[in-house]
Design a protein around this ligand. Sequence first.
Ligand SMILES: NC(=O)c1ccc[n+]([C@@H]2O[C@H](COP(=O)([O-])OP(=O)(O)OC[C@H]3O[C@@H](n4cnc5c(N)ncnc54)[C@H](O)[C@@H]3O)[C@@H](O)[C@H]2O)c1
Length: 315
Amino acid sequence: MLQFEKINTVLVIGGGVMGPGIALSYARGGYTVRLADISETALETSKRAIEGHLETMAEVGEIETEGKAQISERVSYLADIKKAAEGVGFIAEAITERKDAKKALYEHLDTFLPEEAIIASNTSFLNIFELMPARRQPYAVISHWYDPPHIIPLVEVVRGPETEECVMAITAQMLERCKKVALRMEKFTPGFFVNLVQKALGDVANYLVDNDFCTPEQFDVAIKSSVYPRGVVLGYFQKADFSGIHTYGTVVMENGAEDAAKTLMGHYHRGEYGVRAGKGFFDYTGRDIDGIFKERDRRLYEVMKIAMENINNKL
Ligand SMILES: NC(=O)c1ccc[n+]([C@@H]2O[C@H](COP(=O)([O-])OP(=O)(O)OC[C@H]3O[C@@H](n4cnc5c(N)ncnc54)[C@H](O)[C@@H]3O)[C@@H](O)[C@H]2O)c1
């Protein structure tokens, strides 16, 4: 029987852009981590990357300087995947985003992994459940990290058609132990949640630049001085509550797009226009409405100050 408490070692497979940060996050969470890659060069680069990340973490006060060695010692680097997998109950797969490579790896792992080992793939868009051997399906899950994985809190945890509930729960619990925000998705869709948002934004960005509406620099300044920092405080749906769902609903109707915004239009038709109405996507009943707006403004000033520092002081 799979149990969260019994998993102490994590095998991360793939030491490219994502693997080292994922390995570091589990090591920070107290896990013993083995990082495996078929390329010796990738293993060397991964070690250097992890040591570099630890330096920065200590510099910015994320960890105590004395804690660096302790975290670093929890990670070992191996080219022999079978050896690296000995006694491991949780595998974080972060190899090349290619169907054939992932399928071959899962088939190889299937020849020696214990039956109940969880395989958590970091795939960005692939339906890995179609690539897993049938008997691995109950223990297959996607745990999708964002770059840089040792810094960005969100990790999406995506269920496959046969994934056991305990696999979803353990994967999320392990991430929470690493201080990550685990967002459960109960069914697979390519791109999951945030990659779909990024794709929509990317499509607009590419369209605007390709057709000479703006330069890449103008686009980046525009979003960094508006929707990105505002989103830190309000997200998307709460922003609608603050700005007024009566306006959002009107725009949707003007565009004849009601079928594409059913939840929003439900609030609109019920007169749930947002904060000022006491209810919108969220419930503000009985709250001090002026006070909520004041608090929103206070937090926006705080975040915008950091945003403007970044805009005026480019990387
Ligand atoms: N780069 C990103 O921003 C990002 C973000 C989220 C998710 N992802 C996903 O994470 C995964 C890894 O992405 P990446 O950008 O780190 O890739 P990468 O190309 O930088 O690194 C992949 C690593 O996997 C190794 N590898 C390939 N086949 C292997 C095998 N059979 N066994 C062991 N190691 C093997 C390669 O040697 C390489 O070091 C992909 O599925 C990708 O879609 C990437």
